[in-house]
Design a protein around this ligand. Sequence first.
Ligand code: PEP
Ligand code: MG
Length: 313
Amino acid sequence: AVASGPAEWNGVGATSDGHPVKVYGNVGSPADAKAAADAGAEGVGLFRTEFCYLDAPSEPSVEEQQSAYTAVLSPFRGKPVIVRTLDAGADKPLAFLSPEAEPNPALGVRGLRVAFDRPEVLDRQLAAIAGAAEESGAQVSVMAPMVATVEEAAWFAERVRAAGIARAGVMIEIPAAALSAREILEAVDFVSVGTNDLAQYTFAADRQLGAVAKLNDPWQPGLLRLLKLIGDAATATGKPAGVCGEAAADPRLALVLAGLGLTSLSMNAPAIRTVGATLAAVSLAEAGELAAAALGTADPAAARKAVADALAR
Ligand code: PEP
Ligand code: MG
């Protein structure tokens, strides 16, 4: 059924034997949110809040932010939404926040690192998110981008809770964080893997550079082995570990991710139904076999073939 591409999805993210794997949307604007809701997303696994800042000449006020966030959250009343705090820097510099020119912006003060010097900017954003949560009725969690250590994760979670937001998580997109996934999960409520950046930093290959795109293939066994550490940490701690990078939108890779122990998959709207339907056609044990087959290979082509062969059997 999987090989020929399943057509139907009942809207509840789960394997064929009923093991839940939530299927969420990635959104960055009210139009994205509507598209994700229309596609049947069970919630939002990644709300990129940058849009609200990138077009602004100066920091938007708490009121402006709150109304911008409410517009995105509104289609998800009663449903889970993970709001990511500002991920500025590197490819997304902000005139009023980002540091002077850095020799290596991708390795510089970006993501949560911006907040260490300017925590009041983070606190204003958290206040706006808390307000939008109440206004929209969505079940809001907050997560930070570009977290490297357990200490950073704990620092962020404390500020989120101080803002009156119940659930705090962090993205895992730096290899050091993947290697400490268990300890990080003990410090926060959930994690979500940004496979785009995790691949970039694991393979030391700029995600925007075509010349090294082959290294950033999400089927790279080296990346899958890091993802297994994160899935194992989720299983050991009983806390959620999702994937919100592009990897989650590939239906066969989605099966591998479920088999590795990841608990939710978040993607752009067009992929939602196909991924949901693909998951529903395979049991958790079968997904585990697919994951083991992919992990046992030496390169992305072999990993893809191992999974295709296993599905054909
Ligand atoms: C990622 O890095 O995989 C991710 C989801 O975040 P962004 O693409 O916004 O960096
Ligand atoms: Mg990222």
